[in-house]
Design a protein around this ligand. Structure first.
Ligand code: NDP
Length: 337
């Protein structure tokens, strides 16, 4: 038996379905069978979790569902010999809270295919603070460093790399990882006054008001960025693409500002810009492991601690409201124990 955030949907004839999200006591038998049983210690509130916990559509694809796209905990039992009782593990995405029961639950049964080990120098709370946001930021940085056959890698020492949605979880950790790799980092935020100093402490060398990217401009603008990590999408991503230098790469991570992309082919055919897609949910194990290794070794954990707020399980929905209101900076960890 353990507490979990259960999401249910009620269909109404001829009308829109309604959703309920409740913290409930659930028997272990109600969890679908899977290879690894985990005593969950921590989860976190990502943008998707905020949508789910506030009853918004678009994330959960089968009902009932346990919320929480991240989980960190201790293996209680495993039928897969890769894991033994007592191992500290983390699982990010992989359909949690979409098609598989998620991590806002004291007990979880998960498949082993996407589990990663939490290294000794990282606490379980810090692993959750990294969470999908940090692991996605690492995937984005790897994408910039990899480039494509035609654009090559984004190199240290040139123009700055821009991070949009800089005050959010993905953006904040991307700044820290890029700065640690030696890049000059520009941070775009709507909270220049409130967050400017904090973003500089993370490693940003310049702060740009996100309003600069909100209006449609020319198909090609002046070349300002060697590359970018974008959590915003929409017109922001389109404007950023028009300002990336020849051969640069932009990692598209999110849609905090919109899912459309009102761009033209000009950045691609005249500047050889690469738009690299980042999908943390479906990433195969070797890529997960590479991103996890990167974020757990390159990220200064004392800096991560300054970005992290911890709330008890019962306050996860309040935290979700604050994430959607855009008033959170960095990461919200949920203490599930
Ligand atoms: P957060 O809510 O923590 O941060 C999003 C940030 O985007 C905000 O802090 C804000 O930054 C900025 N923002 C919000 N609304 C707008 C707007 N209307 N216009 C411009 N900027 C805006 O979210 P996460 O960092 O957790 O996630 C960011 C995005 O990435 C989300 O869309 C999420 O769904 C997506 N994502 C995708 C993943 C993938 O696998 N591809 C994995 C994880 C997340 P500021 O206040 O500084 O301007």
């Amino acid at each position: 038996m353990g507490r979990a955030y259960l999401v249910e949907q009620v269909e109404h004839e001829g009308g829109k379905p309604t959703r309920t999200v409740d913290l409930r006591d659930l028997p272990d038998a109600s969890l679908p069978d899977a290879a690894v049983i985990v005593d969950v210690e921590y989860s976190s509130i990502n943008y998707k979790d905020a949508l789910v916990l506030t009853g918004k559509p678009g994330v959960v694809r089968s009902f009932p569902m346990i919320a929480g796209i991240d989980l960190v905990g201790v293996v209680a039992a495993s039928s897969d010999p890769a894991w033994t009782a007592g191992d500290r593990v983390a699982l990010f995405g992989d359909g949690l809270s979409e098609t598989r029961y998620g991590g806002l639950s004291e007990r979880a049964k998960v498949r082993s295919d996407a589990l990663v080990r939490v290294p000794d120098h990282v606490s379980s709370a810090q692993a959750a603070a990294i969470g999908t946001a940090g692991y996605t930021a690492a995937l984005a940085v790897l994408a910039l460093e990899h480039g494509s056959a035609t654009s090559g890698a984004v190199r240290v020492g040139g123009l700055p790399v821009l991070v949009t949605g800089a005050g959010g979880g993905v953006g904040s950790i991307a700044i820290a990882l890029l700065a640690a790799a030696g890049f000059e980092v520009a941070a775009s935020t709507g909270r220049v006054d409130g967050l400017g100093d904090a973003l500089r402490r993370l490693g940003a060398t310049s702060i740009v008001d996100r309003a600069e990217f909100a209006e449609a401009g020319r198909p090609l603008g002046s070349q300002r960025w060697a590359g970018a990590v974008d959590s915003v999408g929409g017109q922001t991503l389109a404007t950023v693409l028009s300002q990336v230098e020849y051969g640069g790469t932009v990692a598209a991570c999110g849609l905090a500002g919109g899912s459309d992309l009102p761009t033209s082919v000009m950045p691609f055919i005249l500047r050889g810009v690469t738009l690299a897609g980042v999908n943390s949910v479906e990433a195969p194990l070797p890529l997960r492991q590479a991103a996890w290794e990167r974020v757990t070794t390159a990220l200064d954990l004392s800096v991560l601690d300054t970005l992290t707020e911890t709330v008890p399980l019962a306050e996860a929905t309040d935290a979700a409201e604050r994430v959607l209101a855009g008033s959170v900076h960095g990461r919200v960890v949920v203490d599930v124990r």
